[in-house]
Design a protein around this ligand. Structure first.
Ligand SMILES: [Zn+2]
Length: 280
């Protein structure tokens, strides 16, 4: 469920807390056997220990923690993953534990006494420790808030695609970082039917969609992301944007623009919310 605004919120929060810190000990729970990719959890923990975190970046929905010595620790939170920072204990020894120890899947002790806790209810999240980042994130499309993503690029992405425009928005190889929430919200903002074939969008509609995607993502970032279910930021707090959405999970409720009931359909197998009157 975490999409670009949620992962970017975590990245920004963690930056001041963990840059320059060294991982002194890593632990992966035996009940999360699929968390670590391409090697055993033991080997992952051994290679991670002793490394200093030099840079924190994001690509689409992936967090990239660049480490001393040329390795990158890549984290994808998937549906219910969360990366929560516990600050070093206070002088009196008191510290907050991870909010829900039942879902604690991995723990990374830092050299200042702080900790990074990886929690994940459904255990779908994944981590890699790689020399070559492109082996994991190399096929992602452009960053929707990046400079390279301009209206021409949007038109190029939609052209020749017979798939519904919503499916193209959610295709990480087309554009990186958009999932179900922000695809629905962007299409409402652009007044476009989610099921419409991408290649049938007019030039004007494609440019409106480009503007809408950026508007929606920037607003969601300003609200520290959306917490419909499990998403929490790096301090374990919920975002606020779920209170501001215009169509997502508002089935049957009146459209804020025209009053028509928001409708729910399936597009590409995913629940899709739209206003049948505003979106054409
Ligand atoms: Zn409407």
């Amino acid at each position: 469920m975490p999409e670009l605004p949620e992962v970017e919120t975590i990245r920004r929060d963690l930056t001041s807390r963990i840059i320059g810190r060294t991982v002194v000990e890593a632990w992966v729970s035996p009940d999360a056997p699929r968390l670590v990719q391409d090697e055993t959890p033991e080997s992952f923990c051994r290679r991670l220990a002793g490394r200093t975190i030099e840079e924190l970046d994001r690509r689409g929905k992936y967090l990239l923690l660049r480490l001393a010595g040329g390795l990158t620790w890549i984290v994808h939170l998937r549906m219910t993953g969360g990366l929560i920072h516990l600050p070093p204990p206070k002088a009196d020894g008191a510290r907050n534990g991870c909010r829900d120890e039942r879902f604690l899947r991995a723990r990374f002790r830092l050299d200042d006494g702080g900790e990074l806790c990886y929690v994940d209810l459904r255990k779908l999240g994944t981590m890699w420790l790689v020399e070559d980042e492109s082996s994991v994130v190399g096929k992602l499309g452009p960053e929707p808030l990046g400079e390279a993503f301009d209206p021409q690029e949007m038109r190029r992405l939609l052209a020749k695609r017979a798939a519904p425009v919503k499916s193209v928005l959610m295709d990480q190889r087309a554009i990186a970082g958009i999932g179900n929430i922000y695809a629905d919200e962007s299409l409402f903002e652009a007044r476009i039917r989610p099921a419409k074939a991408a290649r049938r969008l007019s030039r004007v509609a494609a440019e409106r969609l480009h503007w809408a995607i950026r508007k929606v993502l920037v607003e969601a970032l300003g609200n520290r992301g959306s917490s419909f279910r499990d998403y929490v930021d790096a301090e374990g707090e919920q975002g606020m944007h779920q209170l501001r959405v215009k169509v997502f999970r508002r089935t049957g409720e009146p459209c804020y623009v025209c009053g028509t009931a928001i409708r729910r359909i399936k597009v590409g197998g995913r629940s899709t919310h739209y206003c049948p009157r505003c979106q054409r």
